[in-house]
Design a protein around this ligand. Sequence first.
Ligand SMILES: Nc1nc2c(ncn2[C@@H]2O[C@H](COP(=O)(O)OP(=O)(O)OP(=O)(O)O)[C@@H](O)[C@H]2O)c(=O)[nH]1
Ligand SMILES: [Mg+2]
Ligand SMILES: [Zn+2]
Length: 319
Amino acid sequence: MKSRLTDRQKNQISRRNEAPNQHLHTGTVITHHGTELIIEAEGRLLRATARRTLGALTTGDKIGWHTGKDQREIIEHLYPRTNTLIRPDTHGKLRLMAANINQVLIVVAPIPWMNPNIVEQAIVATLDLPAIPLIVLNKIDELGAVEPQTQAHIEATLRLWQAQDIDILKVSAHTGEGIDALRARLANQISMMIGLSGVGKTSLARSITAQAATAAIKALSAHSQEGQHTTRHSTLFRLDNLEGGLIDAPGVRDFAVAAQNVLAIDRAYPDILQVAQHCRFNNCSHKQEPDCAVLAAVANGTIDARRFENYQNLKNSRQ
Ligand SMILES: Nc1nc2c(ncn2[C@@H]2O[C@H](COP(=O)(O)OP(=O)(O)OP(=O)(O)O)[C@@H](O)[C@H]2O)c(=O)[nH]1
Ligand SMILES: [Mg+2]
Ligand SMILES: [Zn+2]
């Protein structure tokens, strides 16, 4: 078939695919505010703008840049991403939150406590990247102040995830408890924090990296956040004396992103998958089939009923 691309389009495509110009420096996107980006290159933070043909750039992107004639930094190239974390914004529009992540810290707190179903959505989304999920219970200094019943519920829910080989770290950004253990888990990884607004993600970033507390970063990220504490833009912070980085992101209310790969759902529920091997039919949907081992396990309490219902909902949302 005859190509119908104009010369201009052909040029754009070849420019997008070509190896980066050898005169470009490499860098990492730290944060962005509209068309203005902050990049890190050789340990320095610089303001930059990106060629529009590159499309939306995001925190964690590896880029090639140079200084233009007007002495402003221009991003010319986007290196291939290993993964991208996407979630709907408050208007339901899908937005790129970060790229090239190896680990996701699902940050929860006694107050505000996150619906376990949403934590599990986040586990599925993490496995879908793929990246390692880690649950961080922050504000453990507040545990004593919540109702004993709520406290028992929190502990039981965390145990359920721990039984599925998901590591749980208990920390307090206020007292510093558990912070060294958390910092050790961040070494050599690019980690991203997700969690409800107010669970203490930014406080944790501050207690883990001196960089997050520096005036330079604050000034660079301040202009769209004046007068309030809620984080509006994802920002990558480097760890003091350690390789790796921690991305602080805006709070999420839910994680309603369908997994790209249906296997990610099964991988988040190894307990259910294992019992399902004993169903009479190997394509059992665990709805009303005879001799369904999963429904039997839910009935006798071996599989947590809430967890099973959430698993079915996640599976159904894929169809
Ligand atoms: N008691 C206690 N309070 C904490 C702790 N960590 C954070 N907080 C408080 O919780 C509130 C919210 O903290 P932030 O760090 O702004 O929360 P965030 O998760 O970044 O919130 P968003 O940016 O809106 O998503 C602040 O008042 C913090 O002082 C903790 O370990 N213990
Ligand atoms: Mg914040
Ligand atoms: Zn079954």
